[in-house]
Design a binder for this molecule. Structure first.
Ligand code: FES
Length: 300
């Protein structure tokens, strides 16, 4: 076997100290039973509707869990820094209190986001479970730290805060892995807006009134629905977690995603109901010589 050249060596993916740990977690099948049970329980309780939309970030334009984690991590990290700088204990206690108060909404939004993802992605299910367990451990350490400080044991409180920050750092790394490596959260159409030029997607005769029709334009999956007011087309990959909208239900101008119940207007891709936070790209349509063509909408 020939020795590898320097250019081949350059292409070897860089490892990181935590990569082997994360990869081991992603393959830990022992976590599956608990992960499936908890995920299903969460989805059963958080049905599509106003509360789920609120914690998913439908009103906000993207997930609300990431900005909430900034409050929690910032508060706890701030308390650790005050300890390191030798600042007064009262300020550290206040920051610990803010972090603990912000932890509940942060946890609820995170568990909701995780439960909507773990159906299709075993690796995310496993890592998410460890991420959540680590967060619970960190919170317990911070709560114990605040209790110790309030009872006058500052040294113990400082040590507990330091332990909490260590656990939280590992947990934060796992959260970043799920978002930036596994792609939990981003708009699933972000890197595939669809064809900018007119592209044939099928024969006109095959598009029936009121029925969802799946097609592919270049590499982009497209949902088309013919109505009395015209032929409507939007991206077929749900912006929420990527399910095919053509497998969902079409009623009037509304299509409901089969996975978590997001509803979109097929005329312009706008969100009618969450948990999706980003609208579907919409396409213009025209029919020429018995063929249907689409292109990315230029209406704005
Ligand atoms: S994939 Fe979740 S609502 Fe469509």
């Amino acid at each position: 076997m020939p020795a590898s050249t320097s250019s081949e060596e350059d292409r070897t993916p860089a490892s990181t100290p935590l990569r082997p740990v994360v990869e081991a977690l992603e393959q830990m099948t022992a976590l599956d039973s608990a992960g499936k049970t908890i995920g299903k329980a969460v989805r059963d309780r958080l049905r599509p509707g106003g509360f789920k939309d609120a914690i998913s970030g439908t009103w906000f334009g993207h997930a609300v869990h990431p900005p909430l984690t900034d409050v929690v991590i910032g508060s706890f990290l701030g308390a650790s820094l005050l300890d390191l700088l030798g600042a007064d204990d009262k300020s550290a206690q206040r920051l610990l209190g803010v972090g603990l108060a912000a932890a509940l909404p942060t946890a609820v939004t995170g568990v909701n986001d995780w439960a909507d993802t773990e159906i299709a992605d075993e690796a995310v299910r496993r890592v998410g479970l460890v991420h959540a367990s680590a967060n619970v451990s960190a919170l317990a350490l911070y709560a114990a730290s605040l209790t110790a400080r309030r009872s006058g044991s500052r040294g113990r409180g400082v040590a507990l805060t330091l332990a909490g920050t260590t656990v939280m750092t590992v947990s934060g790394y796992l959260g970043g892995h799920m978002s930036y490596v596994r792609g939990v959260g981003p708009n699933q159409t972000a890197f595939d807006p669809g064809p900018g030029e007119w592209t044939v997607v099928g024969d006109s005769a095959t598009f029936k009134d009121g029925e969802p029709h799946a097609a592919v334009a270049e590499d982009t999956p497209v949902l088309l629905v013919r109505h009395g007011d015209g032929l409507h087309a939007i991206h077929n990959r749900c912006s929420h977690r990527g399910c095919s909208l053509s497998e969902g239900k079409v009623e009037g101008h509304t299509v409901t995603c089969p996975c978590h119940g997001s509803r979109f207007d097929v005329r312009d891709g706008s969100i009618i109901g969450g948990p999706a936070t980003a609208p579907q790209p919409a396409f213009e349509t025209r029919e020429r010589e018995g063929k249907v063509e689409i292109r990315l909408s230029r209406r704005g």
